[in-house]
Ligand binder design. Sequence first.
Ligand code: SAM
Length: 241
Amino acid sequence: MTTGFIDKAALAELAASFGVSLDETALDRFDLYAKLLCDWNEKINLTAITDPGEIVVKHFADSLSVLGAVSVKEGASLIDVGTGAGFPGLALKIARPDLRVTLLDSTKKKLLVLEDIAQKLDLSVVLLHKRAEEAGRAPLLREQFDLATARAVANLRELAEYCLPFVRVGGRFLAMKSAKTEAELDEAKAAVRLLGGKTATVHTVSLPEAGERTVIEIEKRSTTPAAYPRPAAKIARFPLK
Ligand code: SAM
């Protein structure tokens, strides 16, 4: 069903520029997602971006840029940490329904919104209402995922402690960042190593009228020591060095 809310051709073109091909089912899902996001946003604060054209670029295309930056194998498992209104996790699930996607957030009402949206989009995702630093210690979640993604959740040093524990050895943590990342990356290097990761590549992607973004790809080389992740207060007060 199409609502005519977004310009589907514009989204298809942007996605294609990242090498992502969206079929009619995916485009209809994005269209309905944008409409539901705006409807829900009138009741609870989910996003400051409500113009359909901006949603296409700053939420949908930005999320899909991950697939332009790295190749993701068929059926991979992915956890989106601090998913909020589903970015990038739910957008990736629309583009790639083969992915096994878990959406994690510490805010219950956001997950209730995502439950409604995923059900209306007829997509199967796992919804987890948990804090990342607690979930990362749970045996059923720890080192279980091929990929962990996060956008706009914390600085890289803290984010690595939230995300790397979820990634299996051989998997990858993908941090989406908007601004210049060199200083942040430098500051996070020791933490990434300590948590079992190795910075592989910084991918730059360009979004029309939204500037440059980066996807920082971190490989998981060894298991995360049992001491991590620490409680949130410790992560914030004593970031890993
Ligand atoms: N990733 C989404 C996006 O880019 O639109 C949402 C970004 S929003 C600024 C940050 C989200 O991270 C919020 O929904 C918040 O509840 C969640 N969050 C922050 N710290 C968290 C933690 N320790 N564990 C789980 N979720 C967390």
